[in-house]
Ligand binder design. Structure first.
Ligand SMILES: C[S@@+](CC[C@H](N)C(=O)[O-])C[C@H]1O[C@@H](n2cnc3c(N)ncnc32)[C@H](O)[C@@H]1O
Length: 425
């Protein structure tokens, strides 16, 4: 006996009591949605894709839409024509790009089809080509927003896949595919059809969803705009048990240099206690209180302006008087303080917001000068540009600038403005 005869003589899979309940609840939902959508869009034409034996077509027609239907199984097409004489239904595979020849429809309904397909994304692209204004899509899904899919076996039945497998998508993947196919707006519904498969129960997760995809924003009550879900950054990252994670942390920690270990612990400490500071011995021997921030993070890692500090350090000699203008955090001031030694004049600097906000590192012979000092230094620098050896950043900048009077200017965006002036006392 062929399946066609089975369908006629007994009843088709579409006629069992459970299915009829599912059809009824989703039918009510389609009616209500169409009513709302017609207020937002002028809808004249419709397509029901994967129409089965055509039971939703009459709902679309009753809503005044000139309706056509597409169904993958010839026997269902025949049964639909028998049950609903006059129905405009064609046989066609929704995965076949050739179905675009059907034309463009204001409203496309695709219920109960996506999860019967081997290539749901291909189908969504085809549905997009057929949709003029709005696509209402109902599907089984894994109710998670992370975009992924699972290939499942399908029974050989008139209401199932055309092949023996189908790719079941997560809800997030369906949203992502709709976005990527070219719908600019994808909405979920606050209230889904009144059927257990649209609800979570004690034993089971929600199994189905309905989404609305459009090319322009719609202001409808009861719909929520969804953002395209992002795929996991690193799908290969293992979800290890806590002991394994601790072992990995230990291994990575021990693989670091002592300085790297200190930097790692200090950074975690500062994350946990953002208002605190951690002591850090700088390469030129001064102590620094590292706090949260990009400069201090790089100082902890030991990669902040190594060559610049070295460059400036070479000019500084014991007994010099040094002025660090626009000293920002005071890093170069400390360098100068360390280099000029006890015989030198205390390094001085103009006050900066960053400086005022942090405590003065203990033991450094540093004092703040008023901003007017800038012009005095500038005029001396004009008289003898070779004296200009370094310039510090302004408040909020990361780094001092390179020397103006010695060699080429660095690639910095702004020319050096605040010099550290050196002169023998
Ligand atoms: C579960 S029924 C859904 C029928 C109806 N739309 C509903 O929601 O109740 C799935 C229907 O999609 C049809 N179908 C399966 N794969 C298809 C494909 N690749 N292209 C078009 N129709 C397909 C099946 O023959 C079946 O009639």
């Amino acid at each position: 006996m062929t399946s066609k005869q089975t369908m006629r003589q007994e009843q088709s899979a579409f006629d069992n009591r459970e299915y009829i309940k599912l059809i009824a609840s989703r039918g009510d939902f389609i009616r209500q949605s169409l009513h709302n959508l017609e207020a937002a869009f002028a809808l004249n034409t419709a397509l029901d894709a994967g129409a089965g034996i055509g039971f939703f077509v009459s709902i679309l027609e009753k809503a005044g839409l000139q309706t056509r239907a597409l169904e993958g199984r010839a026997e269902n097409v025949e049964e639909a024509r028998r049950r609903y004489p006059g129905i405009q239904i064609e046989a066609g595979d929704v995965e076949d790009p050739g179905i675009a020849d059907l034309g463009v429809f204001d409203f496309v309904l695709c219920f109960g089809l996506l999860y019967h397909l081997e290539n749901p994304f291909r189908a969504i692209r085809n549905l997009k080509a057929l949709t003029g204004k709005a696509l209402l899509l109902e599907s089984m899904c894994i109710p998670e927003m992370e975009p992924w899919a699972v290939l499942r076996e399908e029974p050989n039945q008139v209401d199932q896949s055309l092949t023996d497998v189908a790719l079941y998508s997560s809800e997030g993947l369906i949203v992502k595919m709709l976005c990527r196919a070219g719908f600019s707006h994808v909405y979920c519904f606050d209230k889904l059809p009144d059927h257990e498969q649209f609800c979570e129960s004690l034993e089971r997760k929600r199994r189905r969803t309905v989404l609305l995809a459009t090319y322009e924003p719609v202001t409808l009550a009861g719909v929520t705009l969804l953002r395209e879900p992002a795929a996991a950054d690193d799908p290969w990252l293992k979800q290890n048990s806590i002991p394994v994670r601790i072992a990995i942390l230990m291994k990575n920690f021990l693989a670091k240099t002592p300085r790297g270990r200190y930097a790692g612990v200090a950074k975690r400490w500062l994350q946990k206690f953002p208002k605190s500071g951690v002591p850090l011995r700088l390469p030129f021997g001064a102590w620094w209180i590292a706090r949260r921030g990009r400069v201090d993070e790089r100082l902890l890692e030991g990669n902040f302006e190594i060559s610049e500090l070295d460059f400036v350090g070479k000019f500084l000699q014991s007994g010099m008087t040094v002025l660090d203008v626009g000293a920002h955090h005071g890093l170069y001031t400390l360098l100068a303080s360390k280099r000029v030694g006890r015989d030198g004049r205390p390094p001085a600097r103009t006050p900066s917001r960053a400086w005022r906000q942090r405590e003065r590192p203990a033991g450094q012979r540093v004092r703040a000068l008023p901003r007017e000092a800038d012009s005095a230094v500038a005029s001396r620098q004009r008289r003898n540009p070779r004296n200009l050896i370094s310039a510090a950043p302004r408040d909020g900048e990361a780094a001092p600038r390179e020397a103006g009077g010695h060699g080429r200017r660095s690639q910095d965006r702004r020319p050096s403005a605040g010099p550290v002036r050196s002169a023998r006392s």
